[in-house]
Design a protein around this ligand. Structure first.
Ligand code: IMP
Ligand code: MG
Length: 430
């Protein structure tokens, strides 16, 4: 039995879905794949036998018949998306259970998210407009329609009317010059999804607890990445949820793990606003975007591209609780004459070591790079064993390892997997 968590170690879109998909395939029968935070702002692309599947909310384990897929109590439940993705689960014959306590994202949240963005002008966060900020704002203020309310329209209405929840949102929407759906319309909107969702409602904390007691495998699937975490990311340019291991602790009361795998691309991308010190706004950035197909799965926006940033990656490992790394999309760097890696931050005259990478640090530091020779091979795709990687690629991995060695205790975060292409099979275990 093993308890494993998978987290994004950058700004999301690291290719977590593929790693989860691989590990899900290795789960023992009845093993769990668990989504623990975030909502339909996430987007996972998984290729199965040349067919593309995109998911936003249900765990990536839904493509495996033997896996029980859970949506935890802190997940922002977008009902339309859940109903769409239940069809994928049905197709693969996998089971899905959704927590009764999980908060429902309402059209009011999405409307408010968009209005806040539109009003913010140059200060906009560049959110996915999926209602995430308003939903979690309300959730932490202890207001929510819960998935369990969908058993009965009166429960939905009661949750909306408690402590002015609906009233306050509607008032804000009107203040911002838009028309808010009425309370009745909101109840009706929720209830249209109820028949589809109801058979899946469960107590997922209990299921996780029982699975651990019975020595079953549990795989926790993170969304976004540590650098977008509401506590440790560059606020306000973050998401509104927990993207570290704390997200699992908080949702399920699980504190012990056999593996905590961080996923990072061999380069870096970011969608939306916020500082991105190693960003490339030149042809090299365009080339990364094109070769890596770096366009948002959820919004279609072109992703900002840049070099891998080791000090930030080390920070993400430290704050995230990450104990090993998977490096994905290494094939995208094939054919580059030289490859650069951000290796040093100098802030207010001092070299950053175990310091916190706040928004100000990211904006005001001067960055040092290491320049490495690229590998001449056209592609790493098809390579099955570490020994078959080109020498230059091994040098690239060594530089990453050096960058991840913690100065305080010399602790190393080992690299355990390399993604070499989009397909399920394109993964080398080190
Ligand atoms: P929100 O989560 O929609 O509020 O967006 C806040 C910030 O997080 C924006 O910069 C988004 O682009 C970013 N973001 C949210 N989810 C993802 C994701 O799954 N991948 C990459 N960026 C994301
Ligand atoms: Mg994504």
């Amino acid at each position: 039995m093993s308890i494993v968590a998978i987290l994004g170690a950058q700004w999301g879109d690291e290719g977590k879905g593929k790693i989860v998909d691989r590990l899900a395939s290795e789960l023992s029968s009845g093993g769990l794949c668990v989504r623990f935070f975030g909502g339909s702002n996430a987007g996972h692309t998984i290729w199965v036998d040349g067919e593309k599947f995109v998911t936003h909310l249900l765990p990536s384990g839904i493509m495996h018949r033997h896996v029980l897929n859970l949506v935890g109590p802190a997940v922002a439940c977008d009902l339309e998306v859940i109903c769409d993705e239940l069809k994928i689960a049905e197709r693969f014959g996998s089971e899905v259970a959704i927590d009764r306590s999980a908060p429902v994202v309402l059209p009011l949240h999405m409307l408010l998210d968009g209005l806040r963005e539109d009003r913010a002008g140059a200060k906009k966060i560049g959110t996915t407009r999926r209602g995430i900020g308003p939903l979690y704002g309300a959730f932490f203020a202890r207001n929510a329609v819960r998935m369990g309310d969908l058993t009965n329209a009166d429960k939905v209405r009661a949750s909306l009317l408690e402590r002015g929840y609906y009233e306050e949102m509607a008032a804000l929407i009107q203040l911002y010059g838009a028309h808010a759906p009425t309370c009745d319309e909101t109840v009706e909107w929720c209830m249209q999804f109820a028949p589809k969702v109801r058979p899946h409602l469960a107590d997922t904390r209990r299921i996780v607890c029982a699975a651990i007691e019975n020595d079953r495998d549990v795989l926790f699937e993170g969304a976004q990445g540590v650098l977008l975490d509401v506590f440790h990311g560059s606020q306000p340019d973050t998401t509104s949820s927990l993207c570290t291991l704390a997200g699992v602790n908080a949702s399920f009361g699980v504190y012990q793990f056999d593996r905590v795998i961080g996923v990072a691309k061999a380069y870096a991308t970011r969608v939306g606003s916020g500082p991105f010190p190693s960003e490339l706004t030149d042809e090299t950035g365009d080339r990364l975007r094109e070769l890596g197909h770096e366009f948002g799965t959820t919004t279609g926006r072109p992703r900002r591209c840049g070099w891998l940033d080791l000090p930030l990656l080390a920070y993400a490992c430290r704050m995230g609780g990450i104990t090993e790394l998977a490096i994905t999309k290494a094939d995208v760097l094939s054919g580059f004459e030289t490859i650069r890696v951000a290796s040093r931050y100098v802030f207010e005259g001092g070299v950053m070591h175990d310091d916190t990478f706040t928004s100000r640090v990211l904006r005001e530091s001067s960055i040092g790079y290491r320049t490495l020779s690229g590998w001449k091979e056209d592609s790493l795709q098809g390579i099955k064993t570490p020994g078959a990687f080109p020498t230059e690629f091994h040098q690239f991995l060594d530089v990453i390892r050096q960058g991840l060695t913690r100065s305080s205790d010399n602790r190393i975060v080992p690299i355990t997997m390399i993604g070499t292409g989009p397909d399920r099979e394109d993964l080398v275990v080190l």
